[in-house]
Design a protein around this ligand. Structure first.
Ligand code: FAD
Length: 344
C-alpha cells in the first residue's frame, strides 16, 4: 500500500475540477482497505472512496484520505442451464466488463454499455440506461462494513435498489464495495422498449447489435467527458405524484413523461431545463450542453463554486416555471471529504 500526499485529482474526476487530496492511496486488494482505514483513523482523517470520478463534485481542497479503488478480477462462481454467476472486482472498468460479458455470450448488461466509471460504483446509484438497471442483474455486493468492522456480502434484496438509489446512498460512509456479483443470462432477452432503441436495432436482433446501437446513440447524444468535461445527467428525472402531474399537464400538455408502477409519474428533467431556457446556455465557465440540456459542462477552468452557481440558477428557473425542484445526481463532497446535501 503506497500512501501519497497532496495529490491532484483533476484527471481523476470527469468534470475536471481542480481538487487536491491531502492524502491518497490506491487500493489493489481488499486487504489493503483495512490498512488504509487504520491509517485514516490514526491520522483523524475522513475517507473518500473514489472510483472513476464520473459522478462526484469535489472541492478544491480535500482534507481526507482519498481511497482510489483498483481491485481487479473477473471470476465465474457458478453456472446452470440458464444463468452464470460472476464476481467482478470493484476496480474493473464498467464498460470493459459489459463488452467482455457480451463477448462471453453472457446477457443482460448490453443496454448499460458506455456508462463511465468502475464496477464497484454500479450498485451505489443503481446505474441505469435504456430501460435497464444494474440492480436487475446484481446477485450480491461484497463490502467492507466500517460500522461492524468486517467484510460482508449484501444480497440484492437487502441493497434496496430503486431509481438511482440503493442502501449505499442511505448509508454514505458505511460501506466500501470491493466486488460485485452478477447473475447474467445465457439466452439473450433483448430489452428494446426504450426511446428509439427498437428502431435503431432493426431486424438484427442480437445482443452485439443492441450493444453497438446503445453505444452509437450515446455517442451521438452525450458529450465525451474528454472533450467536454461532465458527469452525465446532472439532475435526476423528477418523480411526481399523479395529482401533481395532472396539475402540470393542464398548463404543459406536451411534457415528456413515463408512468411508474406506484401511480406516480417520472418527467424528463432535460425537457424542463430546455423549456426554462437553459439548453446551450452558460453562466461563466459552466453551462448546460447544447445537444442535451440535462448535461452540465465545465467549459474552462471551473471550480466547484462555479458549478454550484450554474446548477442553482437552473434549479431556480425550473422551480419558478414548473414548481418542481430538480435534484442533482452527482455526489457532493465537503472539504473534509464527507458527502454533503445539495442546497438549492
Ligand atoms: C458521460 C456520462 C454519462 C453517464 N451516463 C450514465 C447513465 O446512463 N446512467 C447512470 O446511472 N449514470 C450515468 N453516469 C454517471 C456515472 O457514470 C455513474 O454514476 C457511475 O456508476 C459512477 O462510477 P464511478 O466509478 O465514476 O464512481 P465515482 O464517481 O468515483 O463515485 C460515485 C459515488 O459512488 C461512491 N463509490 C464509488 N465506488 C465505490 C465503492 N467501491 N465503494 C463504495 N462507494 C463507492 C463514491 O464514494 C461516490 O460517492 C454518466 C456519467 C457520465 C460522465
Amino acid at each position: 500500500m503506497q500512501l501519497k500526499a497532496q495529490v491532484q485529482l483533476k484527471n481523476l474526476n470527469t468534470l475536471n475540477l481542480n481538487a487536491i487530496a491531502s492524502h491518497y492511496v490506491q487500493i489493489n486488494h481488499p486487504d489493503e482497505v483495512i490498512a488504509a482505514l487504520a491509517f485514516a483513523e490514526q491520522q483523524h482523517l475522513n475517507v473518500l472512496v473514489l472510483s472513476g470520478g464520473s459522478n462526484v463534485l469535489l472541492p478544491q481542497q480535500v482534507q481526507a484520505l482519498v481511497m482510489h479503488l483498483n481491485i481487479q478480477g473477473i471470476e465465474v462462481l457458478s453456472e446452470d442451464e440458464n444463468t452464470i454467476t460472476v464476481k467482478v472486482g470493484a476496480g474493473q472498468v464498467w464498460h470493459d466488463f459489459v463488452l467482455y460479458s457480451t463477448q462471453q455470450q453472457w446477457f443482460g448488461l448490453q443496454n448499460l454499455a458506455l456508462i463511465p466509471g468502475l464496477v464497484g460504483a454500479s450498485p451505489v446509484q443503481n446505474i441505469g440506461a435504456y430501460g435497464v438497471e444494474a440492480g436487475e442483474f446484481i446477485e450480491s455486493v461484497q463490502v467492507y462494513d466500517r460500522e461492524l468492522k468486517q467484510f460482508d456480502s449484501i444480497s440484492a434484496q437487502d441493497c434496496h435498489f430503486a431509481y438511482r438509489h440503493s442502501i449505499f446512498k442511505d448509508h454514505p460512509n458505511r460501506y466500501i464495495i470491493v466486488s460485485v456479483t452478477f447473475k447474467l443470462l445465457k439466452q439473450a432477452e433483448l430489452k428494446l422498449n426504450y426511446g428509439d432503441l427498437k428502431q435503431a436495432v432493426g431486424d438484427t436482433l442480437t445482443a452485439e447489435n443492441l450493444q453497438n446501437q446503445v453505444i452509437q446513440i450515446r455517442q451521438s447524444k452525450l458529450p465525451d467527458p474528454k472533450e467536454f468535461p461532465n458527469v452525465g445527467s446532472f439532475f435526476k428525472n423528477p418523480i411526481l405524484a399523479q395529482v401533481e402531474f395532472d396539475k402540470i399537464t393542464q398548463q404543459f400538455p406536451n411534457i415528456p413523461h413515463y408512468p411508474q408502477a406506484n401511480s406516480s409519474v417520472k418527467v424528463a428533467a432535460g425537457w424542463l431545463i430546455d423549456q426554462a431556457g437553459w439548453k446551450g446556455k452558460q453562466l461563466g465557465s459552466v453551462g448546460m450542453f447544447h445537444k442535451q440540456a440535462l448535461v452540465l459542462v465545465n467549459y474552462a477552468e471551473a471550480t466547484l463554486a462555479d458549478v454550484q452557481n450554474t446548477y442553482q440558477a437552473v434549479q431556480s428557473d425550473v422551480k419558478q416555471k414548473f414548481s418542481i425542484l430538480l435534484e442533482p445526481e452527482p455526489v457532493l463532497y465537503s472539504e473534509q471529504g464527507l458527502i454533503q446535501a445539495h442546497s438549492g
